[in-house]
Design a protein around this ligand. Structure first.
Ligand SMILES: Nc1ncnc2c1ncn2[C@@H]1O[C@H](COP(=O)(O)OP(=O)(O)OP(=O)(O)O)[C@@H](O)[C@H]1O
Ligand SMILES: [Mg+2]
Length: 151
């Protein structure tokens, strides 16, 4: 049977608690999945950085006020299509973002201590082909990163 060019050819899901130590795990898990598409090193590096920014946001912002990080899941799913499109979703069930458009503005940060530069979403946007952010206050945030990886 003929396959449509955009049909899903592979997929993965993983869930882990929002602890800093898992940021490296998330980068490597996505890199291992993406490797099957035989991407250029620069593309792999860009994707790892974008995922790292999304996961770091879950860790430092989404669950900021929760004491027990074991109760703070981060969900990552990735799919790739026969046509080489990669779609990575990073989702949390944290506090949510009241104004997504504002949050996506370069240099915007709610970090009062001044440790953050407010460039995470800008990095995600520039290192992928498309960034979508859905969020609901009190429910959580979903970030969808898309990139054409197949050559
Ligand atoms: N998953 C999330 N849950 C709740 N708020 C978030 C989440 N992701 C981002 N935000 C909000 O959006 C703002 C902008 O995020 P962005 O990643 O661009 O910058 P930052 O995290 O503040 O700084 P940087 O990423 O440069 O260290 C954050 O300061 C935070 O208020
Ligand atoms: Mg950030």
């Amino acid at each position: 049977m003929a396959r449509r060019a955009d049909s899903i050819s592979n997929s993965m899901k993983c869930v882990f608690p929002a602890r800093s130590i898992n940021e490296g795990f998330a980068r490597m898990a996505v890199a291992a999945f993406v490797a099957q598409l035989d991407p250029p090193v620069s593309v792999l590096s860009d994707l790892k950085t974008a995922v790292s920014e999304a996961v770091t946001n879950c860790i430092v912002h989404a669950y900021r006020d929760v004491d027990s990080k074991a109760d703070c899941p981060i969900y990552i799913t990735a799919i790739c299509t026969a046509g080489g499109l990669l779609r990575i979703t990073v989702k949390d069930k944290g506090k949510g973002i009241p104004d997504v458009a504002l949050a996506r503005t370069p240099l915007y940060t709610t970090d009062a201590e001044g440790e953050r530069s407010g460039m995470g979403f800008t990095v995600m946007e520039s290192f992928t082909d498309r960034l979508r952010v859905r969020s609901a206050v009190g429910k959580g945030t979903t970030v969808v990163l898309e990139k054409q990886v197949g050559r």
